[in-house]
Design a protein around this ligand. Structure first.
Ligand SMILES: Cc1ncc(C[n+]2csc(CCOP(=O)(O)OP(=O)(O)O)c2C)c(N)n1
Ligand SMILES: [Mg+2]
Length: 418
């Protein structure tokens, strides 16, 4: 693999504990107030409330972070420019333990994916593996606000989503290697992850397919009345699927507790968003459906955590969906551990090198070492530990048995009750 990453990791993404000065982590469902079940009220259901809320969120928080060079709501401006947002994060008000957990979570995801990439290169993995190295701040920041009672859905690039919710590392490696011990019994591979005990309700590779499923899970959550939220992760390419509009419309009209998280990494397969869309931000789609949207630097775990926390808080309080566009960039190509330099229309070595200077792991680590929360040696040891855990999980999975051939016909049909 050409890029071994910067730091190595820790086990399955720990989540930060509440500390003074950072947004309080959402309590478990038992402690949350029930989401009010508003009766349908014709075609004007809550729209004025939503529009008012949209205005206030949009005006104050459209860009969460430096705003000086943002060019407006329809375009990403500096957020899509890898020469910007390179500094260590502003960690004022955030406690060291919580930050360490978030840093460890990002390192864990990165080292896991690097180890998975090596298994692709060695030929042990035969399913397509889409890596999200460079995008680790997004799942870590979002999951910071979730717990196991929530309902998270991903797509083809979801190792990080699974791990950030606490998905089991051994089951991940076993699944990617097609082994019976995998989280989908080895039947699904990298793109069919499942860890419902953690709140990760599943990923599928059909682009955009889990967006409406998350809306259905949000409807169920609203009917349950226990304050859970659903999360739909999808990419900028998936935002071009018509189903996003149907999902946004239904979630908005029915005030469903769902967070739409668009991980805008500026590419769909090998095609740059500038070649596909008149504007590089997708948040305008949310605005069209009166869903409050926030656009953040997706390589800043704290900006993601704050924005997701605010939108999720609104959802838990019964005020409907939110849309978070987190701008980032993947270090590897569309699939597998190759960098895909000069594949497609615009991705180049220069562009990739520039984005590596906006490394989400390095920017949080640098801020913490500067404040004295950690030393470089501590970070080295976190990454060594995480790399060792990933290597051990890979070894165990390589040695584990495949499903028996006769199991091919299992899990296809549900048994009729009674
Ligand atoms: C419905 C559908 N169309 C096409 C594909 C092939 N495909 C897989 S990933 C992908 C690009 C997705 O881009 P994006 O949503 O931006 O996610 P990213 O890969 O950038 O994370 C495409 C076209 C698919 N899996 N499903
Ligand atoms: Mg993309």
């Amino acid at each position: 693999m050409a890029n071994p990453g910067i730091w190595r990791n820790e086990p399955a993404a720990p989540r930060a504990e509440p500390e003074t000065g950072r947004p309080a982590r959402a309590p478990g469902n038992a402690a949350r107030g029930a989401v009010a079940m508003d009766p349908p009220a014709g075609n004007t259901l809550g729209i004025h409330d939503l529009l008012a809320r949209l205005d206030s969120l949009a005006e104050e928080n459209y860009f969460d972070g430096p705003t000086a060079d943002a060019t407006g709501p329809a375009r990403l401006g500096a957020l899509a420019d890898p020469r910007c947002y390179r500094d260590p994060l502003n960690i004022a008000g955030w406690g060291a333990n919580g930050l360490r957990a978030m840093l460890g979570g990002m390192i864990a995801i990165r080292e896991t994916e690097i180890a998975l990439g090596r298994l692709v290169e060695s030929g042990d993995v035969v399913c397509p593996v889409h890596l999200a190295v460079g995008q680790e701040a997004i799942p870590v920041g979002v999951s910071h606000n979730l717990d196991a009672s929530d309902r998270v859905f991903g797509g083809h690039r979801s190792h990080g989503h699974y791990l950030a919710q606490g998905g089991d590392l051994d089951q991940l490696f076993a699944e990617v290697l097609g082994k019976d011990a995998g989280c989908s019994r080895g039947m699904g591979g990298s793109m069919h992850l499942f860890a419902p005990e953690t709140g990760f309700w599943g990923s599928v590779p059909i682009v955009g397919a889990t967006i409406p499923v998350a809306v259905g899970a949000a409807l169920a959550a609203k009917m349950d009345g226990k304050g859970a939220v659903a999360v739909a992760y999808f990419g900028d390419g998936a935002a071009e699927e018509g189903v996003l509009h149907e999902a946004l419309n239904m979630a908005s009209t029915m005030k469903l507790p769902v967070l739409f998280v668009c991980e805008n990494n500026l590419y769909a397969s090998h095609m740059d968003i500038a070649q596909r869309q008149p504007h590089d931000s997708t948040a305008r789609f949310a605005h069209a459906h009166a869903v409050p949207a926030m656009v953040v630097d997706g390589n800043d775990a704290l900006a993601v955590a704050r924005a997701a926390g605010r939108l999720i808080g609104e959802s838990r309080a019964g005020r409907g969906p939110g849309y978070l566009e987190a701008v980032s960039y993947r270090w590897y190509g569309h699939v597998g551990p190759d960098e895909n330099i000069d594949v497609g229309l615009r991705r180049s070595a220069e562009e990739l090198a520039a984005w590596k200077q906006r490394d989400p792991v390095m920017r949080l680590g640098a801020a913490m070492t500067a404040r004295g929360d950690l030393t470089d040696a501590d970070i080295d040891s976190m990454r060594a530990d995480a790399a060792a855990r990933a290597a051990q999980a890979a070894e165990r999975a390589l040695a584990a048995p495949y499903p028996e051939a006769r199991a091919l016909f299992d899990y296809v049909f549900a048994r009729r009750a009674g």
